[in-house]
Design a protein around this ligand. Structure first.
Ligand code: GTB
Length: 217
C-alpha cells in the first residue's frame, strides 16, 4: 500500500516548493517509493479529521497502513530508516547523518524561519527596521560555520544523505533574501541538491498542484 501524504491545496508559496511537504516528497522520490498526495485546504487542516493526523492542524502528514506521522523531520527519518538510499549503512556514519538532520531543523532553520516571519508578524512595529538586520546576522552566524564545515565537499558527510536533503531544503527558504549569495559554496550545495533527479520530480509534482497541469516526472 502506498503511503499518503498531505500538502496544501493552495500553497502560499505559489509552487516554489518551500512548504514542508516538499522535503517529504523529495525523500520519497529519492528512495523510489510511490505515494499519494491528499490536498487539504486551510479550513480542512483545522478540522478534527485532519487534527487526528496532525495535532497542530498543519501539513505535511504521512499515513502508511496503521501508522500516522506528522513533523516533516520525523517523516523523512522514517522514510530514510525504512528504505535504502538516505542513510549510510555504517553505524557511525549513519549517526552523523542523523545529527545533520537535527542540525538542519533545530540549529539552522529557526533563525531563517524567524526572519521569514518577521515582516508578517512585526512589519508594522516601530522596531521592525532595526530588528531585520539583527535577524539576518543571526542567520549569518550559522551560515558562516556551515560554509566552513562544508568547504569544497559535495555533501556534509560523505555521500548524499537525509541530512543533506533537510539542509538543502532549509537553505532554500533563504530564496529571495540574497543572504545565500554571500556563501558561494552553500549556493553551489543547494544547486547540487536541486539538480538531483529525485528533487526535480518532487518539485514538478508540487508545482503541478499550483499550475493545475500534470507533471511529467
Ligand atoms: N515543524 C513542522 C514540520 O516540520 O512538519 C512544521 C509544519 C508547518 O509549519 N506546516 C505549515 C502549515 O501547515 C506548512 S509548511 N501551515 C499552516 C498552519 O500552520 O495553519 C510552512 C510554510 C508555509 C508557506 C511557505 N511559503 O509560502 O513560502 C513556506 C513554508
Amino acid at each position: 500500500m502506498s503511503p499518503i501524504i498531505t500538502a496544501f491545496e493552495r500553497s502560499p508559496d505559489r509552487g516554489r516548493g518551500l512548504a514542508r511537504d516538499m522535503r517529504v516528497r523529495w525523500a520519497l522520490e529519492e528512495v523510489g517509493q510511490p505515494h499519494e498526495v491528499r490536498l487539504v485546504s486551510f479550513s480542512e487542516m483545522k478540522q478534527s479529521a485532519h487534527r487526528r493526523l496532525h495535532p497542530f492542524g498543519q501539513i505535511p502528514t504521512y499515513e502508511e497502513g496503521d501508522l500516522t506521522l506528522f513533523e516533516s523531520g520525523a517523516i523523512v527519518f522514517h522514510i530514510a530508516e525504512r528504505h535504502a538510499g538516505l542513510l549510510p549503512n555504517d553505524a557511525n556514519a549513519r549517526a552523523r547523518a542523523i545529527a545533520w538532520m537535527f542540525a538542519a531543523l533545530s540549529t539552522v532553520e529557526p533563525p531563517i524561519v524567524e526572519r521569514e516571519q518577521v515582516p508578517y508578524a512585526e512589519g508594522e512595529k516601530s522596531w521592525y527596521k532595526e530588528r531585520l538586520p539583527l535577524l539576518e546576522d543571526r542567520i549569518r552566524v550559522r551560515l558562516d560555520d556551515l560554509s566552513i564545515r562544508l568547504g569544497d565537499a559535495d555533501w556534509l558527510d560523505g555521500e548524499f544523505s537525509a541530512g543533506d536533503l533537510l539542509m538543502v531544503m532549509v537553505l532554500r527558504r533563504l530564496e529571495g533574501m540574497n543572504i545565500l549569495d554571500e556563501y558561494p559554496n552553500l549556493s553551489a550545495y543547494v544547486a547540487r541538491g536541486e539538480a538531483r533527479p529525485a528533487y526535480k520530480r518532487a518539485f514538478a509534482a508540487q508545482l503541478a498542484v499550483f499550475t493545475g497541469k500534470p507533471s511529467n516526472g
